[in-house]
Ligand binder design. Sequence first.
Ligand code: FAD
Ligand code: SF4
Length: 450
Amino acid sequence: MAEISTTGVAAGRLSAREYVDNFSDLHPPLAKNKARTEADRCYFCHDAPCMDACPTSIDIPLFIRQIAADTPDGAAETIFTSNILGGMCARVCPTETLCEEVCVHVAQGNLPVKIGELQRYATDHAMTSGAVTFARAADTDKHVAIVGAGPAGLACAHRLSQAGHKVTIFEANEKPGGLNEYGLAAYKTTNDFAQSEVAFVLSIGGIDIEYGKALGADLPLDDLAKNHDAVFLSLGLAATNGLGIAGDDLDGVKDAVEYIAELRQADDLATLPVGQNVVVIGGGMTAIDIAVQIKRLGARNVTMVYRRGPEQMGASDFEQELALINGVTISHWAMPTAIIGDNGQVAAIDFERTQLEGGKLKGTGEAFTLAANQVFSAIGQVLDASSLADSGLALEGRRITVNEDRKTSLGNVWAGGDCVVGGQNLTVSSVDDGNVAAAAINAFLTGKGE
Ligand SMILES: Cc1cc2nc3c(=O)[nH]c(=O)nc-3n(C[C@H](O)[C@H](O)[C@H](O)COP(=O)(O)OP(=O)(O)OC[C@H]3O[C@@H](n4cnc5c(N)ncnc54)[C@H](O)[C@@H]3O)c2cc1C
Ligand code: SF4
C-alpha cells in the first residue's frame, strides 16, 4: 500500500491484483452457447425498431439471425458493412438509449435482446479469425485529406478508400483513434482494442496517416483544400470548459478529460495520483467516467456534483447506476462557488444549492463545503477554433455548420463527428457522420453530387 502524503493524494493505493480486477472488461465477452441462446430470443421483427434507433442503421435482425445460425463471421460482415467501428460501438454504445431501448421485448416487460453484447461476440470473432476483409475499387486518382483520426475520420477514410480514392489523414496526436484511444473508460475497451481496430480499418489499404500534423498555422485549411480534391474535418472537441471560479488553478484541480487520457496511456496504473476525497463537477458521461475510474483507482470518497436534477443529466440511467454501484455519491442541484487551498493544494470546495426559477437556474443562497484533495472538472468540451482561424469556415456556437450531407460553407470541405453543429457526442453517431460525408464526397468526386 502507498504512503498517503500530507496532501491526501497518493499513487499506488491498490494491490496489483486489484488494479487488474478493477480495470478488466465491464461486460465480459459472451461465450458461444450464451450468444446463440441470446440470439434465439430475437423475434427478427420485419420493421425492426432497433435498426431505426441505431445511428449507423446496422441490419440487426440479420446479424442476430446469422449468430443464431452459427455464422458469426457472416454476422460481423453485416455489422462492418454499415459500421466499420462496430467492434468499438459494441463496447461503448449507450445501448439502453439506442437500439436496446426500443427492442420489442421491452414493451412486453422483458429485458431487451443484448444487441451490443451480440455485436461484440460477432465482431470479436471476425477480428480474431481475419475472415472479414474489404477490397478497394479501382484507383480513381482522387485524393482526399482528412483532419483527425478519431471515429468520424476513420469511418470516412474507410468508405472513401473502398470507393478507390486515396486518403491522407492528418492527426495532431502520436496515435490514431481519437477518444477511442484517449477518452473512453479503460474498462470499456481493454487489451489495446482501439489500436487493433485501427489496424483492421487500415488493412483495406489506400489510407496514410501523418502523425504530429495539426491543422492550424502550419497546416492551413486553405492549403489542404487547394492541394486535395476534397477535405473532411473530424477534429472532435479538443478544448474544454474551465470552472472559472476562485481557486481553479490550485494543485489537484484538473480537467477530467486530461486525467482520463493519462490513465488510458499509463503503462502502470499504480503511478497515477489519486486523492482520498475526490469531487467531480459535471453530470455527463465524462463526469461518470472520471468518478468511476478514480474510485476504482482507490479513492476513498468520490462525490459527483451536478447543478441540475437526475433527469437533466447527460449520463444515461445505466451510467448513473454504474456510478452508484461503484460507491460514487451523486449530489444534485448545487454549483461550485470557490475552491479552497492549503499551501497551494486543493483542500475543499464550496457550493451553493440551486433551483429552477421561471425556467432559469438560480442559486438559493444555501451553501455547503466538501473536503477535497482532488477536484475534476467535467463540464463540457468545445471546438478548438484556433485551428480554423482565418479559414472563413462558418461556425455556430463553437461548432462547424454543416448541411445534411455534412457539407460545410466552403467549396470542397465536409465535416462530421463531435465538431459539427448537431454532433451527438457519441462514437456511433460520429461513425455515421463519417459514412454520410464519405457518400457525399464520393458523389462530388465522381460528378454525381455537388
Ligand atoms: C471521457 C469521455 C468518455 C466518453 N465515453 C463514451 C462512451 O462510453 N460511448 C460513446 O458512444 N461515446 C463516448 N464519448 C464520446 C465519443 O468518444 C466521441 O463522441 C467520439 O470520439 C467523437 O469522435 P470524433 O471523430 O468526432 O472526434 P475524436 O474522437 O475527438 O477525434 C478527433 C481527432 O482529431 C484530432 N485533432 C484535433 N484537433 C486537431 C487538429 N487541429 N489537427 C489535426 N488533428 C486534430 C484529435 O487528436 C483526435 O485524434 C466519450 C467522450 C469522452 C470525452
Ligand atoms: S452500433 Fe450501437 S446503436 Fe447500433 S446496433 Fe450496435 S450497439 Fe446498437
